[in-house]
Design a protein around this ligand. Structure first.
Ligand SMILES: Nc1ncnc2c1ncn2[C@@H]1O[C@H](COP(=O)(O)OP(=O)(O)O)[C@@H](O)[C@H]1O
Ligand SMILES: [Ca+2]
Length: 499
């Protein structure tokens, strides 16, 4: 009996104190895991907002962006929540009525107030960036351009948002921020993979931006960025007056200059291969020559009949005349003496590049097939075109043949794309529900949302962390149980041996 009692006393697992301590340790581990899991659980998502107005030459669009507050420095987190197209023309058309420019924004800004939760209004930045239409107005009439900018600024300040400025952005900014937008949305910026070049076509200017293989020979065309720990050396150029609306005016002006000299009788007929056969509209010379882009072209006046002949190759011949390729002060040029390295890698072509090519179903064929299809389209009678597209605005409809011919000529003769790398051009409108364009990149830059260095990332993702903690604590429990069972068995064996 005495021996048995001694053994019982020697076996520590039978002591209530030890059992109590084991319970406390196990409970402590469970509480520790529970607290750390709850502590690091992501808080319910809080969203922040930003507004950018794209005051283009033809119209103004309001973009509302949204992003989770605690993830603002991660690539691809900002998304487009809402867009609103301002009624009427672009702000540069209000040169004779500047107050009207500010007033035109009202409807869309009221919509923005409804879209963004009221408690976020005061911290939501609003930016307005004006592009080539306002650049041209500034060249023509600086005073009028300032009055228009004052008017839109005054209008934007009357809303409860955080007004951050209304200005004309430079062509380099327009190109570079378009490039940032498409690469941010494609999540290319933190990966070692290549980037996407950006091609933007507007009504009054066009931009080309990409990472070149060759050295950039002109300082004006070079932009450097450090984003997420990577250095980017970009080539960019913006051609003022080479948006599709201005090129249409220039090429019509040039045609008028050459035909109207020979024929003095009024009203004059302007035969145009870029318009469909059967198209015939009376236009005024003033509506063609109302631009500073027509320098050196002899001005016509009065009205004329704009008559379509629908001949694609003649149309291309007439468009080629707007590119000056007679001089180049560098090793290679696109046109008008502007340096351009050879195009390299994939390109996203957006805004009017997309609108036009998508409308004509010309976004996925080889360059040769695209030309053939466009040629057939241009020679289709105007009557039939209208019948086939009763809902499309006739002004847009009448210009698609011209616009697509200009696009092919700009890409092939201007930028030197070939039938080999034609497939590298992707005609895009949106990437992941956000429009391709300069506005997103502009906002990301001004709100410092793209850090120069890669932000620190946790050792493991949240899900992995929770799973790890749970498994680890389960392992400790199992170990404790095994030790307990082992000691219990060995103490029983010891007891039996003694008996
Ligand atoms: N659905 C459409 N079809 C064809 N062209 C369009 C369509 N929507 C917009 N556009 C054209 O896209 C161009 C947009 O240019 P915009 O951004 O206003 O000028 P910029 O960038 O030169 O200041 C304009 O030429 C406009 O007519
Ligand atoms: Ca534009």
């Amino acid at each position: 009996m005495d021996e048995q009692r001694e053994v019982k006393v020697q076996n520590p697992w039978h002591r209530p104190v030890v059992i109590f301590l084991a319970g406390v340790i196990t409970g402590g581990i469970i509480i520790m895991v529970a607290i750390s899991v709850i502590q690091y659980k992501p808080l319910p998502q809080k969203y922040k907002y930003g507004i950018v107005l794209d005051a283009g030459s033809s119209h103004t669009s309001v973009f509302i962006y949204e992003w989770p507050a605690e993830k603002e420095n991660n690539t691809g987190m900002v998304r487009q929540k809402h867009t609103c197209n301002v009624e009427g023309k672009g702000i540069s058309s209000y040169s004779n009525n500047p107050v009207g420019a500010g007033r035109s924004l009202q409807k869309c800004m009221e919509e923005a107030k409804k879209t963004i939760p009221a408690h976020r209004h005061h911290e939501t930045p609003v930016y307005l960036g004006a592009t080539a239409g306002m650049r041209l107005l500034k060249m023509e009439n600086e005073d009028a351009s300032e009055k228009v900018l004052e008017s839109v600024a005054h209008s934007l300040k009357s809303y409860p948002f955080s007004y951050q400025g209304a200005r004309i952005i430079t062509g380099q900014e327009e190109g570079a921020f378009g490039w940032i937008t498409v690469n941010y949305l494609s999540k290319n910026l933190r990966k070692p993979t290549g980037t996407l070049g950006a091609l933007d076509l507007g009504g009054a200017s066009t931009q080309i931006t990409f990472v070149p293989q060759q050295e950039i020979e002109s300082q004006d065309n070079s932009i450097d960025f450090r984003l997420y720990g990577n250095n980017y050396h970009l080539y960019t150029h913006s051609f003022l007056c080479y948006g599709k609306d201005q090129v249409l005016k220039i090429s019509m002006g040039k045609k008028m200059e050459s035909t109207f000299k020979a024929d003095e009788t009024h009203p004059i007929e302007l035969k145009d291969p870029c318009f469909h056969p059967g198209y015939n509209l009376t236009k005024t010379a003033g509506s063609v020559f109302d631009t500073p882009c027509m320098e050196g072209v002899k001005m016509a006046n009065g009205s004329f009949f704009h008559v379509g002949t629908g001949n694609w190759s003649q149309c291309q011949q007439s468009i080629r005349k707007v590119f000056n390729t007679s001089y180049c002060p560098y090793s290679r040029c696109s046109f008008n003496g502007i340096f351009q390295p050879s195009v390299d890698g994939n390109f996203g072509a957006f805004s009017a590049f997309f609108f036009v090519m998508d409308f004509l179903n010309l976004t996925s064929d080889s360059l040769d097939i695209t030309k053939q299809n466009l040629s057939t389209y241009c020679s289709t009678p105007w009557k039939k075109i209208v019948q086939n597209h009763p809902k499309t605005k006739e002004k847009y409809l009448s210009e698609y043949c011209f616009s697509a011919t200009y696009i092919l000529t700009l890409l092939e003769d201007g930028y030197k794309f070939t039938s080999k790398n034609w497939k590298d051009i992707k005609f895009i409108k949106k990437i992941e529900d956000s429009d391709a364009g300069w506005t997103l990149g502009y906002m990301l830059n001004l709100t410092n949302m793209i850090p120069a260095e890669a932000p620190d990332t946790p050792l493991m993702p949240y899900g992995g962390y929770v799973a790890f903690m749970l498994l680890f604590s389960l392992l400790i429990l199992v170990l404790l149980l095994m030790v307990y069972l082992y000691f219990r068995r060995s103490s029983r064996t010891a007891q039996k041996d003694i008996i």
